[in-house]
Design a protein around this ligand. Structure first.
Ligand code: GDP
Ligand code: MG
Length: 139
């Protein structure tokens, strides 16, 4: 059973030169890149993407961060792709939650600047893929 997830290589990872590092880890896990784009993020897209966090105190700061430079958006495919990428990413806080061996655990220090995003459920993945790659959604 194959599954699709939406991942983002956030502006901190792009500016630190980690596009290849992140894509390499995805490929080494055995997942497939089904769509890939380097993209400047509008405020509108950022707000829709992070709508679930609109009431959080860090929302403004998060939008500023995610629109601060280009991101790489990708659709990643494979068996249990959603959980598999969340495993590769590690927990949200790169120090307290992400373990060594994960992208965040190995390469990040800050909860906000934590390098990557991955959809957290099948529903989120469908919503986020439609948002970032509308041409892929044939609904
Ligand atoms: P994720 O699913 O692991 O990316 O984490 P969440 O969905 O909880 O949060 C979305 C993103 O908001 C995270 O990846 C961080 O970039 C950022 N974030 C989460 N919690 C905090 C926080 O407490 N402070 C700040 N400044 N940013 C946060
Ligand atoms: Mg999340």
């Amino acid at each position: 059973m194959t599954e699709r997830t939406l991942i983002l290589i956030k502006p901190d990872a792009v500016s630190r030169g980690y596009i290849g590092e992140v894509l390499g880890r995805i490929e080494r896990k055995g997942l497939t890149i089904a769509a890939l784009e380097l993209k400047n993020v509008s405020n509108e897209l950022a707000s829709s993407h992070y709508a679930e966090h609109a009431e959080r105190p860090f929302f403004g700061s998060l939008l500023e961060f995610i629109t601060s430079g280009p991101v790489v958006a990708a659709v990643v495919e494979g068996p249990r792709a959603i959980a598999a990428f969340r495993q590769l990413a590690g927990g949200t806080d790169p120090v307290e939650k992400a373990t060594p061996g994960t992208i965040r655990g190995d390469l990040a220090l800050e909860t906000q600047e934590n390098l990557v995003h991955g959809s957290d459920s099948a529903e989120s993945a469908a919503r986020e893929i439609a948002l970032w790659f509308p041409e892929l959604s044939n609904a």
